[in-house]
Ligand binder design. Sequence first.
Ligand code: ADP
Ligand code: ZN
Ligand code: ZN
Length: 748
Amino acid sequence: MTVSVAIDLALDRLFTYSVPAELTEKLLVGQLLRVPFGGRVARGFAMALADDAVAEKGEERTFKLKPVMAIEDASPFFSPKLLELVKWIASYTASPIETTLKAALPAAVLKPTMKPKELLYVDALDVADGLTAHQQRLLAEIRRVGGGWMQQLVREFKTSPSTLRAMAEKGALEIAPRAQRRDPLAGRSVMPTKPLPLNAEQTAALEAVMRAVPAADGASAADPRPVLLHGVTGSGKTEIYLQAIAGVLASGRGAIVLVPEIALTPQTVRRFAGRFGDKVAVLHSALSDGERYDEWQRIRTGAARVVVGPRSAVFAPVHGLGLVVVDEEHDPSYKQGETPRYHARDVAVVRARLEGAAVVLGSATPSLESWRNAQTGKYALVSVPNRVAGRTLPAVHLVNMEEEAARTGHVPIFSAPLLDAIHLRLERGEQTILFLNRRGYSRVLECQSCGWTAQCPDCSLPYTYHQADHCLRCHVCGGWTHLPSECPDCKARDFSYTGVGTQRAEAALKRCFAHARVLRMDADSTSRRFSHDDILSAFRAGKADVLLGTQMIAKGLDFPNVTLVGVLNADTSLHRPDPRASERTYQLLAQVSGRAGRAEKPGEVYLQTFSPDAPAIAAAASERGFASFAAGELAARRGAYLPPYCRLSTLVFRSQSESLASSWADLYAKSLAAWAAKFNAPRGADLFRVSEAAEAPLAKAEGWFRYQVVVRAPASKDIVAAVKWIEKERPAPKDIRIAFDVDAIDLA
Ligand code: ADP
Ligand code: ZN
Ligand code: ZN
């Protein structure tokens, strides 16, 4: 027997080894193996097994295969289905198989040093013969608390290890080493919850989801299509997920819930842990390696059957997967920004199909890709158009900032109507969320006399002034510098700060409302591990009147006392050079607006804008604007041959030499254009389109120049084939890096 092994090097190549007789019975695909490799010992995953007979029929072997040395861990890290999924991603995104395997498995899981420590655990037994009076009292205490760690019991009952050992010798206790679980939820209070009685719309939605779940006896689902759950904010989607998961668990299967990392707040985790307790495993970026190791092992052994996590949780080795939920399915954080550049929503759909599981994509503002799939019938569409318990959607007001500026003679940070609304909330003791998608005090430091702006020398981006430490920071590379005392160009000392960041808005707000208690939340105020949680808990507990923040506060949060949401500049994401700028703007505004009036008290939203007529802004101001926005935007995309009517990929060429980056981008663009001509000719249509090479919107980052080529075609595989061809024809030199992003979600 032979086995092909993926070794931990990004060679995109499998190596074949022979399987020694003593291992043939034990070796399984997905296991981690130890193999000889170029004079050293390497570790790698078993990808496929083959009979010698089959191998011999293939290419003739002129060399002797080296044998596998050992199986590192008897239980496979990847099930055959997961391996199939990994192979699909590698081929779909044109990524090396080894890199893809790595992305699918947390590094901590493979570190032998991460194995949990074993400590002595004490259990009380039934025998109580021959104990002293003191020992009898101790036994009763230990029975009462149900056993515990030796160290803990010694401390708690002021006894000694030798006393406990003596009791064990008499048969009253059992003392044995046990692995101590590193629990990410330890010390957090989780209140158990019961399923809520669903309203009619929720019931219909749950039924639709359950039609996609295969029956317990293995019979196939009534309607196995992916379900797109389009429910307005506060329509009770999470409760639907919870009850669908309960149904899946009842039939002995497991579930994965993907949430955007930003929405993976303790609040979200508590909702799942509150319903399913210990069966829930949580994965997120702030876990320690030990916690990640243990959570992952609990999933792998089947102890945890519900996994809640960000995009990489789509790979969780859940036993008998029955359901995958992708909450906020439109969220851009589902797309991985490095190789393999997979989209977790798409991977969820493929994984569910491979494993015969149901998949639910939920959102108040679905991606146009998913919306179109629902329109064509590829996905089943379920709508929940109303909030639960008769709660209304907030009234959304547009504030035309052009008029405000004309009236007041300058562009105010806060318009008069918004100030009035905040004032009212302060009087009523209700809370306000203010949203500004830009951190820092203000964005750009500009010379008043010559127009010079402070810019990061390594990135083509203006510096942002940060008031807290009085310096200029680059939001791309993190570099910083002191404030200049004079303009380097004209020596004038007259600077202005254009644009408004969260810190400046906070200062302005405090000037308007001296007594308002304001909390600010952005990447600068939340660098400590629990700071995010601290700020939100404080706000929830009513310790502040206003929460002011960046997109961190845009989604997922559910604060009953918030009745006002203000968006200081609704246009920030509208004018980006990106085909999805309009869609993103609409999504962001609708999500932020959805934070208002989620409980009994009705909510109100003020959107400050210079473009009240832009479709994305106008739609965000109308109560059920999504369908009409989507129809208009889809028509525009069809006309412009943009996704979802084609597949769009980018090639980004990075080099420290600008001419190298630009010339290689140019060479690739021309070669791909030649390929396109050959592709299009027999089809009689301009289906394969290649842009000219151009500076990327972010033209320079961390000292690297960036050039970009955009490719569109009917299918991703058409683009992959073309790019693989040119990469082979004209392999790039070492000092230029090419990043190929199949299904790019933005141009950067
Ligand atoms: P969504 O995920 O769609 O934004 P949630 O699931 O967070 O909505 O629900 C919004 C609020 O309504 C939550 O506080 C939730 O507990 C509550 N809720 C959900 N379903 C019901 C129901 N059937 N009856 C009463 N309250 C509900
Ligand atoms: Zn100047
Ligand atoms: Zn920089």
